[in-house]
Write a protein that binds this ligand. Structure first.
Ligand code: ADP
Ligand code: ASP
Ligand code: MG
Length: 422
């Protein structure tokens, strides 16, 4: 008997028929003798619908001003789907109980709309499991020290599931979604993308942080920190397929590097349309400038991603960086009000129509010329690179948004990702 955590995403929970299917699948696992904890997302579209209603009522306010209420609101999506799943399981003859995050409790910090899990008390859940119940725990939410409901950021149910698995030392955490694993790139953009049987934890971490939303980045961080056996697989297979076959399907996140050493140099391509570029032009080229600009941005709790500073001409330089698109207007206002006047900079230019495309692979550590190959492939397509950022196992470029699909397809081909793995 093993302790297994299943997570089902929004599409997998998208209708009563799908919820019934999830219930039948979970019941199959429970009847095979496993202790089951299930973490569902809200039904697909529900979180967007709820957040959209909030925006209708306060279009001009930044959402950070009413974060607490957004979390009260958005958390209802998972509360509903969890209760529905418990009802469906009972309909399948399984004893089942659902808990909201605060009832477990899953304790988080107070950063509304992007809270971090701090601890999970598993006493109540263990007691239910011992009594033979399937336990459903809402994804995406927790409770802070003062008793306010919090949410974990979009896609956060992945993190809830892995954190529960880590806290309970589960034997495995299975992330059921609408694709049958982690692919070389988003299969909705490149139909030739291939499923990876395994992907190293480090590559998965990069891919998640660079925009592959198949797993939320914090879920991968948790998996790495607590060595949670993690697998991504499809919820769209027939619920009654052989359990052993199902348990081996999809993509396994691995922690041993050696296994991947012989494989492709580049394992995957990620892309992200969520960023915007800001350039401060005509900045005096002297010590402390980066701190002056980015310090003010950091003080406003705005995350900066890619940064470049050009060489100076006549003692002046241009300084560019990217932020999340949601933070774009706020960053520009802040720079105009607080930074430009004291800096003697002349102008700010912004571009919200950019995207970041990245190649990822642990093989990049031991191979040279990979970035050059990326740049050549983009130049052959006539795509201009605006910014570049690299780390040991990834190279990212910022390009015009309209070339995103072309760039991803070209790179997918250039690095032979559509060919079968060796
Ligand atoms: P869920 O609702 O189950 O959490 P998400 O929509 O959050 O599902 O994540 C699954 C989606 O991630 C897929 O439908 C796919 O379009 C997208 N995706 C992006 N990059 C990848 C990738 N490399 N491999 C698989 N899916 C990817
Ligand atoms: N329902 C939340 C969202 O749509 C959390 C999740 O699905 O993981 O972002
Ligand atoms: Mg998701």
């Amino acid at each position: 008997m093993a302790l297994i955590v299943h997570k089902y995403g929004g599409t997998s929970m998208g209708s009563t028929e799908r919820i019934r299917n999830v219930a039948k699948r979970v019941a199959k696992w429970a009847r095979a003798g496993h202790q089951m904890v299930v973490v569902p997302s809200a039904m697909s579209g529900e979180t967007n619908r709820l957040l959209g209603l909030a925006k209708e009522l306060a279009p001009s306010r930044t959402s950070s001003a009413y974060g607490r209420e957004l979390d009260m609101l958005a958390a209802t999506g998972e509360q509903a789907s969890s209760a529905l799943l418990a009802i469906a399981l009972q309909g399948e003859g399984m004893e089942s109980v659902s808990y909201a995050g605060w009832q477990v409790p899953i304790k988080t910090n107070s950063a509304y709309t992007k809270a971090r899990i701090e601890s999970i008390d598993d006493k109540r859940v263990r007691a239910d499991l011992a009594a033979g119940r399937v336990v459903i725990i809402t994804g995406f939410q927790g409770i802070d020290e003062a008793g306010h409901i919090t949410t974990l950021g979009r896609g956060g149910s992945d993190t809830s599931a892995v954190a529960v698995a880590a806290a309970m030392k589960a034997d495995e955490c299975l992330i059921y979604t609408d694709v049958d694993g982690v692919y070389t790139t988003d299969p909705r953009v490149v139909p030739e993308a291939r499923r990876l049987a395994t992907v190293s934890f480090e590559e998965m971490l990069e891919m998640a942080s660079l925009g592959s939303k198949v797993l939320q980045i914090r879920s991968v961080e948790f998996a790495g920190k607590y060595k949670v056996p993690l697998r991504v697989l499809s919820s769209f297979t027939p619920w009654d397929i052989d359990l052993d076959e199902e348990a081996k399907s999809g993509t396994l996140i691995t922690f041993e590097e050696d296994e991947k050493m012989e494989q492709a140099v580049v394992s995957g391509i990620a892309f992200n349309r969520d960023e915007a570029k800001i350039s401060v032009l005509g900045v005096p080229d002297k010590p402390g400038i980066a701190y002056h600009i980015l310090g003010a941005v950091a003080d406003a709790n705005i995350e900066v991603d890619v940064i470049i500073q050009n060489i100076s001409k006549d003692g002046k330089t241009d300084f560019s960086f990217t932020v999340h698109r949601n933070d774009y207007a706020r960053t520009v206002d802040l720079l105009k009000d607080k930074v430009l006047p004291s800096l003697g900079a002349t102008e700010i230019e912004g571009d919200t129509k950019i995207c970041k495309v990245s190649i990822v692979g642990i093989g990049m550590r031991s191979h040279v010329g990979i970035a050059a190959k990326m740049f050549r492939s983009l130049s052959e397509e006539g795509i201009n690179i605006q910014m570049i950022s690299t780390s040991e196992i990834k190279t990212s470029v910022v390009i015009d948004e309209k070339y995103m699909e072309l760039a991803v397809r070209a790179l997918h081909k250039a690095f032979d990702l559509d060919q079968a793995q060796a």
